[in-house]
Structures are given as C-alpha cells and as structure tokens.
Ligand binder design. Structure first.
Ligand SMILES: Cc1cc2nc3c(=O)[nH]c(=O)nc-3n(C[C@H](O)[C@H](O)[C@H](O)COP(=O)(O)OP(=O)(O)OC[C@H]3O[C@@H](n4cnc5c(N)ncnc54)[C@H](O)[C@@H]3O)c2cc1C
Length: 289
C-alpha cells in the first residue's frame, strides 16, 4: 500500500500553520503523529493534497503544571510521554494509566493526545478520562483562540467542531477537588485492542459520602458521553456496593451503543453496567487522582 502524492509543509509557528490551513482549505490536513492519518491515506479513505505537520512546534510538546490553571498538556505530547510524565503521576495518575492502555509501544511513541482527540473515534481512550476530569481544550485559528470544555469538541463519529484553519494546541486539566479517578477499558485482547467499552470516572468522596461524580462512557455512543443520570443518582449517596451497582444499571440504560463487528448492543450495555460499578469502586478505593 502506497501513500498518494501530497504537498508537505512543516511550519515554524502556530500562526503559520493556521495560515496554511486557511489558505489550502479542504485540500489540507494537519498531521501530528500520523498513526491515524497515514493509515487512512494508505487505505484510500482520505487523500489530502496538502499535509501541514506540527513536528516543528515544540511548544506543543509540554506537559507542565501552571498554578491557578492546572496541568497543561501540549497537543503534540505523545501517549508514552503522558505515560511517563512525573507531573501526571503526581497530579492525575489515571491519565497516564489510560494512555498506557492504548495500542502498542510503537504507536504510543508516535501517536499524540491532539490526534487522539481530533480523530474523534467513539472508542478513543483518552477523551473519557479527560472529560471525567473536566478538561478543557485550547484551539487556535487564524481569527484567534478559544478555550472550551473538551466534551463539546465531539459532534459525531470522526467529527469535531474545529474549523478548517483551527488546531488544538493544549489540553488543560483544571485544579479540582476530585479524590479519585480511573479509566478502565474492555477490549477483545488483553493488550493493543480498541475499546469495546471504556468507562472513566472521577469522584469526590468525603466521609464515605459521594459529594460529586463524573461518569464518562466510551465506545457506546457516537461521541464519548457523560452518564448524567448515573452521576445525579450518585451525588449525596453513602458509598456501598448496592449504590455503585445501581449506578452501573442506570449508566447501562443511558448509553446508546450500536452492534458492530466487535460486540452487540446488548453485550456493550451489560459491560457498561459491570464496568461502571468496577470503575467507581476502583476510583473510590484507590484514593488517587
Ligand atoms: C495499530 C494501532 C493501534 C491503535 N490503538 C489505539 C487504542 O488502543 N486507543 C486509541 O484511542 N487509539 C488507538 N489508535 C489510534 C491512534 O493511534 C490514536 O488516535 C493517536 O492518538 C492519533 O494521534 P496522531 O498524532 O497519530 O494523529 P494523526 O494521525 O496525526 O492525526 C489524526 C487526526 O487528527 C488531526 N489532528 C492531529 N493533531 C491535531 C491538532 N493538534 N489539531 C487539529 N487536528 C489535529 C489530523 O488532521 C487527523 O485528522 C491506534 C492506531 C493504530 C494504528
């Protein structure tokens, strides 16, 4: 399988990258790690005439803590940089753990957080845990920048609300009072498989009372979805196996899975029930964010 011909640009600034995207319009695509895009091009699913690479934009590689803002992850941070980040280990270990559950080492060395988000695949592993942690995205285009809740970026399978000239520059996980979080994934193999169901939770539990809970489901709706009824049910409840199990039942009712080659709708729904309870228990017991 050969790549089709394309024109290649590797701009030295974010402004120049946005300018090129505006100039070439629909004919151009951003390339970051290329793990999704190049596969699609080789299979003839996409044939952009122009690729605008982010490879020279080292400012998009940072993972840092900014007091008052939170943990800032540059869009070009790779999955393995997220796996190994000391800042994330200290602040949000669950994000590193989610990245570790993705693909194989080679793909984790090249694939980036920005690409994982913009690819907008319903089974993507990073969006659920980031949404559970209330993450924001910063997006820059020719007309300026905007920052908004990550969950708003997804509009359908493979579709984001980004304009043609916009690129994600940062993912920001704001400071929060969460006392535990986790992402667990069910795939058809022990490693290197896409999620059949992914469940991320972030909880705030004080004196065994659930003061707040965010439950986010992957691979069971066109976009990563908050299980808002389950979240509402959990708030104010005392932690018990019965309460966590009931939250799983509610989440399984709320999700909107399809049947496909990897699992039936019914199976996915049941996995949401089981995994929501399990993720809640793990997040509460671990007591680390
Ligand atoms: C063998 C294999 C296994 C995989 N396993 C998993 C898995 O377990 N879990 C999982 O979630 N994914 C998996 N993936 C998918 C993929 O590796 C990830 O989605 C990866 O994070 C994509 O990042 P990238 O930098 O390679 O994106 P690219 O391929 O460079 O780009 C993907 C899309 O995002 C756009 N884009 C990239 N960066 C930006 C940006 N900053 N701003 C705007 N648009 C941008 C591109 O234009 C393109 O449309 C797998 C892929 C392969 C090939």
């Amino acid at each position: 399988m050969y790549l089709p011909d394309f024109e290649y640009h590797a701009p030295e600034s974010i402004a120049e990258a946005c300018q090129l995207l505006a100039q070439y319009g629909e004919r151009a695509k951003v390339i970051s790690g290329g793990t999704d895009l190049l596969v699609k091009m080789k299979h003839g699913v996409l044939a952009p005439e122009v690729l605008v690479s982010l490879k020279n934009l080292d400012q998009l590689k940072k993972i840092e803590y900014v007091p008052g803002k939170g943990v800032v992850i540059g869009a070009r941070a790779t999955h393995n940089e997220i796996v190994n980040s000391e800042i994330l280990h200290k602040k949000y270990l669950s994000v590193s753990e989610a990245a570790h559950q993705m693909a194989a080492n080679q793909v984790r060395n090249a694939g980036t957080i920005g690409g994982n988000i913009c690819n907008a695949v319903p089974s993507a592993d990073l969006p659920p845990i980031l949404i559970a942690l209330n993450a924001k995205v910063k997006v820059v285009g020719v007309n300026g920048e905007r920052t908004f809740d990550l969950e708003e970026i997804f509009v359908g399978p493979g579709k984001t609300n980004l304009a043609q000239d916009e690129i994600i520059t940062e993912v920001i996980i704001p400071d929060q009072e969460t006392t535990g979080s986790t992402y667990i994934k069910f795939g058809l193999r022990r490693a290197g498989a896409l999620a059949v169901v992914g469940v991320a939770v972030a909880v705030k539990v004080v004196n065994n009372i659930i003061e707040d809970a965010r439950v986010v489901l992957g691979a069971v709706a066109p976009v990563p979805m908050r299980a808002k009824e389950a979240e509402k049910f959990l708030k104010g409840k005392e932690v018990s196996d019965e309460v966590l199990a009931e939250a799983g039942v509610i989440a399984s009712r709320e999700c909107k899975p399809i049947s496909d080659i990897r699992a039936s709708e019914e199976y996915r729904r049941d996995m949401v029930r089981v995994f929501t309870k399990r993720a809640l228990r793990k997040a509460i017991d671990n007591g680390h964010v």
